[in-house]
Write a protein that binds this ligand. Structure first.
Ligand code: SOE
Length: 381
């Protein structure tokens, strides 16, 4: 009989759906000693929350997130609401002794991220930040290959996160998905929303970043709110930066919502002494690999179809060749979290890892403002 992990979730948007789906699916595909129970949900609009709860099988709706945090029958608070709510909810949940799971980016800024990390660590309970792309099997395979030494010494790390959904001046500031353009709600622009995904993956694959030099731009400075009133855009549309990693490699990062034709191109290439790898989320079941140790007459980039039982997570899904998708990365992440609970092991990325990511993102913005190199300062002291 599995142990119950009773979840209280805040938010019903894009991530509310992705997480609800993961809570339902995880025990159907992974054997874990813990089983999530979709206990209660709270979000801003009661009517919509009720509809969401019915559709996704949440047992009850609470009037607000405070009620979730206070509830004795909830073990873990999952924060899927917009960025400006993460800090307050995480601190309250930690003070109530709950486990905390939080969507990315962890916080509005580094000061908040530090406080949140201290608070959840004080509870001694597990915590996690949903940087789901680590759980793309091809990205996990990249990590495995790097750890196996297949690339040797790394020289270059090159990441992009390209989208195109804000090019039209008609996209409003504020609203269901467009709160991402509102400074008071999102905290930052693409550096928080997109670069943090690239940074999390890079820190995982290539280790700490020592120095960054950033450049940002706001292409459309005047937009409208959903009610038609004028809104000045205060967060960056594009964020490009150079990075020096502690392992001596050089990195380049580019995130934008103005790359016409690119919908969710989250990609990276790593070039090492012995080989290279390349990944693109728009072809997420593949990993490209160049092995310099192949006989010279056979050398060339090969495409690994990452769908076999020998590949990370894939033994829990379908037969070889049957691909999985975006939503499965959340199921995989949750499976890892539940296994961590079972074994009493740290599951990453946690708040401490997300704090490191936040520190890099903040250093990039400071660097862009000051037009000089900066060092990320994640320290908790
Ligand atoms: C932005 O468009 C967004 O929805 C991000 O917020 C998600 O984190 C990303 O994975 C997909 O794009």
């Amino acid at each position: 009989m599995p142990n119950e992990l009773r979840i209280g979730m805040v938010g019903y948007g894009f991530m509310g759906r992705a997480h609800s789906n993961a809570y339902h699916r995880v025990n159907q595909f992974f054997d874990t000693a813990y089983q999530p129970v979709l206990k209660a949900i709270a979000a801003r609009d009661q009517e919509k929350t009720k509809k969401f709860a019915d559709r996704w099988g949440w047992e009850r709706v609470e009037r607000n997130w405070h009620k979730l945090v206070e509830a004795a029958d909830i073990d873990a608070i999952d924060i899927c609401s917009p960025n400006n709510t993460h800090h307050e909810i995480a601190l309250a949940a930690a003070a109530a002794g709950k486990m905390v799971l939080c969507e990315k980016p962890l916080a509005m800024d580094l000061a908040q991220a530090r406080e949140m990390t201290r608070a959840v660590e004080k509870t001694g309970k597990p915590n996690m930040v949903w940087f789901n792309y680590r759980r793309v099997p091809a990205i996990s395979l990249a990590k495995q290959m790097i750890d196996e030494g297949r690339l040797g010494k790394v020289f270059h790390y090159r990441a992009t996160y390209l989208q195109d959904w804000t090019i039209s001046p008609k996209v409003p500031v504020g609203g269901a998905a467009t709160w991402r353009l509102e400074k008071d709600v999102a905290g930052a622009g693409v550096s928080g929303d997109l670069s943090t995904h690239n940074i999390d993956t890079a820190l995982w694959l290539n280790g700490p970043v020592r120095r960054v030099c950033g450049m940002t731009e706001i292409f459309i400075k005047d937009r409208k709110r959903p009610d038609g009133s004028p809104a000045r855009v205060e967060i960056e549309d594009v964020c490009t930066f150079l990075a020096r990693f502690a392992n001596g490699s050089n990195g380049t990062f580019e995130a934008t919502r103005y790359a016409r034709g690119r919908k969710n191109k989250n990609s990276f290439e790593v070039n090492g002494e012995k080989g290279s790898i390349y990944f693109d989320l728009e072809d997420m079941h593949q990993l490209q690999y160049f092995n310099h140790e192949d006989p010279t007459h056979l050398q060339g980039w090969r495409t690994i179809l990452v769908t076999g039982a020998e590949h990370p997570y894939m033994g829990n899904w379908w037969v070889p060749g049957c691909v999985i998708g975006y939503e499965h990365t959340f199921v995989n992440a949750l499976a890892d979290f539940l296994r961590g609970l079972e074994k009493g092991e740290r599951v990453r990325p946690d708040f401490r890892d997300a704090l490191e990511t936040q520190a890099v993102a903040e250093a990039v913005l400071e660097s862009a403002r000051a037009e000089k190199w900066m060092s990320p300062q994640a320290d908790l002291s």
